[in-house]
Ligand binder design. Sequence first.
Ligand code: PLP
Length: 406
Amino acid sequence: MQLSDRVNRLKPSSTLAVSALAKEMVSRGIDVIGFGAGEPDFTTPAHIRDAAKRALDAGMTHYGPVPGDPAARAAIARKLVRDNGLGSITPEHVLISAGGKHSLFLLAHCLFDTGCGLEMILPTPAWVSYRPIAEMAGASVVEVPTRVEDDFKMTPAMLAAALSPRSRLLLINSPSNPCGTMYRPDELEALAAVVTEHNAAGGNLLVASDDIYEKIVYADTPFASICRFLDPKWSVTLNGLSKAYAMTGWRIGYAAGPIELIKAMSKLQGQMITCIASFCFPAIVEALDAGEADVAEMREHYRRRAALMHDHVSSWPGVRCPRPTGAFYLFPDISAWFGRTTAGGALLRTSMDVATALLNEAHVAVVPGDEFGGCGPRHIRMSFACSTEQIETGMSWMASFVRGLS
Ligand SMILES: Cc1ncc(COP(=O)(O)O)c(C=O)c1O
C-alpha cells in the first residue's frame, strides 16, 4: 500500500508497547496495577449525563452549527471570563471541537504550512502529542528543556533565548502532563512579558495555553492562565471537558482566541467533522454552569492520592520527584537506577527498560519518560488517577522492586 509521507513519518507511540504488554498480562489473568492512565477513573457526573440524555430524547440528533451551538459557546465564554479573567472573550471567540487534541490540530494547521520554516517553542518534558501534531502541520519544534530541580519550569531568560523571528507559537501547559507541576501566576506574568517584548520588537508569536488540567490543582497559589497577562490578539486558550469533568470519552474540547483565528479553525473543522455530536452541547452548558461541586469532590480525591503516592516515591533512595501541584501525575527522576540490575536479572539502561522491568517483575504499569522530550528519558510517569487501595498495593510492589535492585 502506498501511503502518504505525512502518515509514514508519524511515529507510533512506543508507550503503547508497554500498555499493550500490560493488557496482554491482564488477559492471562495476571493482576496488574495500572499507573499509566492519562484519564480520570471517575464516571461523568449524573447531571451532566442526564443533560445529554434529555437532548437526545428531545431530538437533538441533527447537524449543529460548525463552531458549536450558541448556548454552549456562551457557556464557555462565561466560564473563561468568570474563572480565568479573560474579559474580552465572547461566544464569537469560541470554537467547540472534538477534544483538546483536535483543537490543537486545528490550531497548528491554521498557523503552519509544510516547509514554512516557522517554529513552535515547546518547554519540555511535554505531552507526547504536541510535537507530532505541530510537525504534521509543518512546524519545526524548538524544545526548551527544563530541569527537575526547577520543578520543570522554564524561566523568562530561557524563553527569551529560544525566540527568533521564526517563532510563531509558544505552547504552555500548566499544570503539566507529564510533570505534575504548574507555574505560579507571577511566573506566567514574567513569561508573558518576554512575549510582549518580543512582539513589540516585530515578533509574531502567539501563545497557546493548554489549560486542560486547570481544575486539578493542589498548589498553595491558584491556577492562572498565561492568556490573562497577554494582549488577547497574541493568545489562544485550549481546553476541554475531558479531565475536569471525567468526560474523556465524550470528545469535547474548545479553543478561544482572536476571532480571525477562530473563524479559520472553524472553516477547517467544517471540512473535517462538521461539528461535534450535537446532543453533547447541553452537557457542556450543564458541566460548566453546574459542575463545580463535582470538580471539587474529584479534586479532593486527587489531592489525597497525590500526597500518598509522593510520600512513597520520596522514600526511594536516589529518586528525585517534585511534589505534584497539579494534574494527576508524578514524574520521578529514576536515572539513579540506570546501570543497576533487577532481582529478575534485567539490566536497567533506559526509562523504557525500567518500565518494562516494572511491568514484568512488579506487575505495575508506568509510562516511560522517553517520548516527553527534555530530561524525560531519565524519568517515568506515574498516574494517580486510580483508587488509594490500588496506589497502596502498587507502591508496595514497587518498593520490593526497588529493594531488589543490585
Ligand atoms: C496536556 C494535555 N492536553 C490535551 C489533552 C487532550 O485531551 P482531550 O483530547 O481528551 O481533550 C491531553 C490528554 O491527555 C493532555 O494531557
